[in-house]
Design a protein around this ligand. Structure first.
Ligand code: AGP
Length: 609
């Protein structure tokens, strides 16, 4: 949940580092800093605050060094401050280090260094301990010292290290936190994520767990944990640089909301052959495999978890296989039933969420078959799965997940339909009807996006609420969870999602005059029940914003406002009904002056447990 960048070459290091870190601010942004080898010493410049603060300070002095490391932080140990920001150094300042992750045994190491080496520390961070540990083992060979230090370390880390006495190299290590290497002409790079380097190179090495990398201007060598050199194919990035920029939208979030038709189209069409049969990227889930499976888990966090809830609905409805959906941070502590008859589906946009990765590893250790639904190619979750189903949403930069969610939904539907047709639990005619409707989704989402005036107006009239409820029945409840999360995380309005039928069992006590209630009423077969629930809350003074299918005029009699979505089959409505909720949350957050793309306390990829 921090961003790291390193550079060695002929350019001014600070230019490259600042540019790269600016592309990684979504990974954390409460402080930022650089360390540059300049005029025979390592100069560290680091400050609390956004990248703009660091940039201002760097303008005041002209660091000419051409090797350096940089870091943008999301605090885990020690509050955001100058002294807790990275890079960190050893006591003498001859070694500088950047770190993304958590060292779980840092206190023990810190105490040991104080007792045996008389070290004193400037910060409260776990990361500073790593710099001191490397210094402790440093006898003139930085690579060797790093190897010795990481043997002592427990936890997750992606680190970059430079040393005053070896100013022609950067050493980097990857364990559980993401790390990539960028390859250039007489220059090389490290970073947490691809957007940081796209301006300079498209040729990357994807670094695996427990690998150590030695970078010089001339080249890059990757070593395994036994210090044996390993060969790695060059990964060519196909994204164009602009894809990671805003392309004229005020915020990444609105850009990404508007990219959903393309993401849904790409995720869907790449998996349909000319006869509209599903081809799952070489994922072999044969009838024998499925018949052997007696337990399916979908495990994820946040929005990905909410997508998993729809996945459960789809797999149970179409494939008639029971599914448990679990929050990843709870999963492995529940002593789940896992063996070689278990199918474990991990859902993760970033593919680096450590809660999800840890749950996946537990499932794999116990023999489960692991299928992951991931958006970032080459991410940890994807590399540690038996099968990967990539969502083709493109880079999602805004912290609030939108296009990842809808493409995860499409992925879930495709997996469910593949299971159903493989098992023979779905008639061909019904399958064709669903696939035809799925193929109409990009256009139907586009239709919502083409006319958002009503949604924006409702948001502009309702941005002052401090509490909200999202209610629904059937599959609508799962979308209510996602709509509620979107509102909370970008507008800071307290919101709760609840099954509409559950309201009367307690929560309705909170409904009073003017309370905003967003009511999803898209399910034909549950519609009358939902109408009653809307009338229940209206009778207690609630202000009801309903989401309903086009053509339903009746609901205008019971709701204060109605947002319509194009008609579709009940089972597929989440792909459509979530879009107005994303847009509604967006405009409320804008009206409240919130930082839509980088909400307070949040990071795009949560790589700590
Ligand atoms: C969603 O808007 C949030 N940004 C957050 O809940 C996110 O979905 C969650 O952290 C999971 O991230 P992942 O999909 O990258 O694993």
């Amino acid at each position: 949940m921090c961003g790291i960048v390193g550079y060695i070459g002929n350019k001014k290091a600070t230019d490259v580092l600042v540019d790269g870190l600016s592309k990684l601010e979504y990974r954390g942004y409460d402080s930022a800093g650089v360390a540059v080898f300049d005029e025979e010493e390592i100069k560290v410049r680091k400050y609390k605050g956004r990248m703009a603060v660091l940039e201002e300070h760097l303008k005041e002095e002209d660091l000419k060094g051409t090797i350096g490391i940089g870091h943008t932080r999301w605090a885990t140990h020690g509050e955001p401050s100058d002294r807790n920001s990275h890079p960190h150094t050893n006591v003498s300042g001859s070694i500088a280090l950047i770190h993304n992750g958590i060292i779980e045994n840092y206190m023990k190491l810190k105490e040991w260094l104080i007792e045996t080496n008389g070290d004193h520390f400037k910060s409260e961070t776990d990361s500073e301990v790593i710099a001191h540990l490397i210094d402790y083992y440093y006898k003139g060979d930085l690579l060797d010292a790093v190897y010795k230090a990481i043997e002592k370390m427990e936890g997750a880390y992606a680190i970059g290290v430079i040393c005053k006495d070896e100013p022609d190299k950067i050493v980097a290590v990857r364990k559980d936190s993401p790390l990539i290497v960028g390859l250039g002409e007489n220059e090389n790079f490290i970073a947490s994520d691809i957007p940081a380097l796209l301006k300079y190179t498209r040729d990357m090495y994807l670094i695996e767990n427990d690998e150590v990398v030695l970078l010089t201007k001339e080249g890059v060598i990757i070593f395994n944990e036994l210090r044996q050199e390993v060969k790695r194919d060059v990964f060519k990035v196909t994204w164009n640089a602009e894809a990671a920029e805003k392309e004229g939208y005020e915020h990444f979030m609105m850009k990404e909301i508007n990219e959903q038709p393309k993401g849904i189209h790409d995720t869907l069409h790449r998996r349909l052959d000319k006869d509209d049969h599903i081809v799952l990227d070489g994922i072999q889930l044969t009838k024998e495999d499925l018949d052997k499976i007696n337990k399916v888990y979908i495990v994820a966090c946040g929005t990905a978890y909410n997508a998993g809830l729809v996945g459960k609905y789809a797999i149970e409805k179409f494939a008639k296989i029971p599914v448990d959906v679990e929050v990843a941070s709870e999963f492995r502590y529940k002593e789940p039933f896992i063996d070689d008859k278990t199918l474990f589906i991990a859902v993760s946009q970033s593919g680096e969420t450590l809660d999800t990765l840890a749950a996946l590893r537990e499932a794999k250790r116990k023999g489960a078959r692991v299928l992951s639904v991931v958006n970032v190619v080459g991410s940890s979750v994807s590399r540690e799965s038996d099968d990967v189903f990539y969502t083709w949403a493109g880079p999602e930069i805004a912290v609030a997940s939108t296009k990842a969610y809808t493409t995860q939904l499409v992925s879930m539907y495709l997996i469910a339909l593949h299971m159903a047709t493989t098992k023979g639990s779905l008639e061909e005619a019904e399958y064709k009807k669903i696939i035809t409707e799925l193929k109409s989704m990009p256009d139907k989402v586009q239709k919502i996006l083409d006319d958002t005036k009503n949604i924006q107006q409702i948001a502009d009239e309702n941005f002052n609420h401090e509490n909200a409820f999202y209610i629904g029945r059937g599959i609508d409840v799962n979308v209510a969870y996602e709509g509620s999360l979107k509102l909370k995380e970008i507008s800071y309005i307290h919101s709760e999602a609840i099954a509409a039928g559950e309201l009367k069992h307690g929560t309705i006590a909170l409904i009073e005059e003017g309370r905003m209630v967003v009511a999803l009423a898209t399910q034909d077969r549950l519609y009358q029940k939902m109408l009653s629930n809307i009338q229940e809350v209206r009778a207690r003074g609630a202000y009801v914003i309903a989401v309903a299918k086009e053509g339903n005029k009746e609901i205008e009699k019971v709701a204060d406002k109605v947002i319509y979505i194009p008609d579709t089959m009940d089972e597929l409505t989440p792909i459509l009904s979530v879009v107005p909720l994303q847009i509604f949350s967006y405009y409320i957050a804008v009206a409240r002056g919130c930082d839509v793309d980088k909400p307070k306390n949040l990071a795009k990829s949560v790589t700590v447990e």
